[in-house]
Design a protein around this ligand. Structure first.
Ligand code: GDD
Length: 366
């Protein structure tokens, strides 16, 4: 079987020998595959361990000197690969090397473009993984299902046709290169999931940090076509505050002119909504807006606003009548919930990315 196996490493010295021993002991793989280990500046002697294999086995070491990053490392490995079929696995023996043949075969025979070693389909599972890690992984997978129809989109054990990697955006970073790969396929991929049992490492430590999870969320939102960012959120908040002033000013002025309550209320609401929409489209979401105001977009903005208003009332009533919270306190979580929905509705529905990604329609079999 001809393929390139890419293994990213960061301080995995204690795992290199057991891993390479297990790989080269597998009869089912033959001797046509190469192993590319991409190291990101390990300080525990990992590169030296790998080098001791280079003379006798089809093993190559790539040493990166840029900022450590898992996705960037894998892409560097792909660029150096000799075979058009690529497999990726972790170095810590958490992935079952005896499933490599099943992972790679559908790509080699041309029946599929991507094969995912999945923990979350019948026959798959995890062992010795702390509860919070499994929970995080499942939550990530669940969120990812919103944009791609794969059960374990956060798996680090997968195979694919090398040509697909050229579609991955340059700014892709972090742990979830598989997700990038699936989204880069623009709905055209033939994807298969095979069950695997993930066994947590017994040597060395995980490098997954809180910031990796944040990067994952950010990428997920970007891939889903949303325009969520600190920049749009902070500007949206400023516009929201200004809108309250416009609302109150117009309301007070109309009342002082002898206007009825209902007319003053509706007029000030519409004026504030128009003000907010204009400023959000020209400033907060300027990069995601065609430049001129659009009626259809304004109607969507109003719809989101009305929905947020209803939600605010619902949360208020639930807290006050359901939980006995004082109405003077209950208004705060109600406002926060409404503001959150308002912002997300704006980022995903009113001012989404110009070119939302094509959702994947994947055929998968186990
Ligand atoms: N080159 C390089 N650069 N390698 C890295 C880096 C990096 O910045 N960070 C981690 N690695 C390597 C590790 O040395 C290991 O071989 C592999 O990438 C996985 O890293 P771990 O930090 O051990 O991941 P984990 O076991 O906690 O995470 C598992 O669950 C994740 C979430 O589902 C793995 O299965 C991941 O693949 C999976 O995404």
């Amino acid at each position: 079987m001809q393929f390139s196996l890419i293994i990213p490493t960061l301080n995995e010295a204690s795992n290199i020998n057991p891993l390479l021993n297990s790989l080269f002991a597998l009869d089912c793989l033959g001797d046509q595959f190469e192993v590319i280990i991409v190291d990101d500046g390990s300080t525990d002697g990992t590169p030296e361990k790998v080098k001791s294999w280079e003379a006798t086995h089809n093993v190559r070491l790539i040493e990166r000197h840029a900022e450590p990053d898992l996705t960037a490392s894998i892409l560097e490995g792909v660029a150096a690969a000799r075979h058009p079929v690529i497999a990726v696995m972790d170095a810590d023996l958490s992935h079952p090397s005896d499933r490599l043949a099943a992972l790679v075969q559908p790509i080699v025979d041309g029946s599929h473009d991507v094969v995912v070693g999945s923990r979350y389909i019948p026959g798959g599972g995890t062992e010795n993984w702390p509860f919070y890690r499994e929970w995080l992984s499942r939550a990530g997978g669940l969120l990812a299902r919103a944009i791609c129809d794969v059960n374990d989109a956060t798996s680090g054990f997968f195979a694919f046709r090398r040509a697909l990697a050229t579609h991955i955006p340059n700014n892709a970073r972090g742990y979830k290169i598989l997700l990038e790969l699936l989204m880069a396929g623009q709905g055209q991929l033939r994807v298969k999931e095979i069950p695997i049992c993930f066994r947590d490492r017994t040597r060395g430590t995980s490098k997954l940090s809180f910031s990796h999870n944040l990067i994952f969320l950010q990428r997920l939102i970007a891939l889903a076509g949303g325009t969520v960012s600190i920049r749009t959120a902070s500007r949206f908040a400023v516009v929201g505050f200004l809108g309250v002033f416009v609302d109150v000013l117009i309301y007070q002025w109309m009342i002082s002119q002898g206007s009825g309550l209902a007319l003053a209320h509706i007029s000030s609401f519409i004026a504030a909504a128009t003000f907010n929409y204009t400023l959000n489209s020209k400033w907060s979401f300027r990069l995601h807006h065609p430049g001129h105001l659009r009626w259809s977009q304004f109607i969507r903005f109003l719809t989101v606003g009305l929905f947020a208003l209803l939600l605010r009332g619902g949360v208020l009533a639930w807290l006050v009548y359901g939980w006995g919270v004082g109405s003077e306190w209950a208004i705060f979580p109600a406002i926060i919930a409404a503001a959150g929905v308002n912002y997300l509705g704006s980022a995903f529905y009113v001012f989404p990315k110009a070119d939302p990604p094509v959702p994947l329609h994947i055929r998968w079999r186990t």
